[in-house]
Write a protein that binds this ligand. Sequence first.
Ligand SMILES: [Zn+2]
Length: 257
Amino acid sequence: MSSATELAHSANELLRCRETPDYALALNGLQVDNRTPIVRVAAAVDCSRRTIEGAVAAGANLLVVHHGLFWGGLQPLTGAHLARVRALLERDVALYSAHLPLDTHETMGNSYLLARALNLEPSGGFARYQTIFCGVQGSSDVATADLVASCDRFARSHGGRVVASSYPVDRRTRRWGIVSGAGVTTDTLREAVELGLDTVITGEGPHWSAVDAEEKGLVILYAGHYATETLGVQALAQWMAAQARVPWSFVDAPTGL
Ligand SMILES: [Zn+2]
């Protein structure tokens, strides 16, 4: 019988939460404790009414998410924010959140797992943030159009679709980088050029990034913020469930983005 506190401690050690930099609002670790031993673990990308209700429906009393309760910043416990907290407390569901400590993990990171799902073999880090890499990079020899099709299949399995910046039909992808979520920034594009990447796969990005990509010799595949962050929480929930010797399941709640 494992408590949420014990499982959170193990996960914090596994993911090196204390020494991994992140945005303050991520608040990595156990965000809401509960009173009963964990009987089932649920994984979801976001903490929302939909995913909390999905966890309860699955019989889980630990919900593991990538985006926790506090992304909206300092907010009073009223309205929708209160409803989420109340749903957790009333059903005695604990909430564990892992953001960049999950992204940067060698085998549970969203970008690492997305690469494997796309049949790409990661050989190093990409998308540096302070002392860590949020993404991965590697080499391949694949038609960019085929990679777009693979990304599209993956995105559609999570309620989205891929959008690609413009590229010639006969183009091939030989050096790629993957950074999940809202991974495209001025810094990551500069890094991509410095590394000699020709293709960047991410979740979402600003309009200017597609314009810049074309002039930097890059193609960016936007495969959806939600879809590209579905794999890490599943790996983590599976690991935490194995620690507690309980079952786990995924609560799919696509955002359309
Ligand atoms: Zn995200």
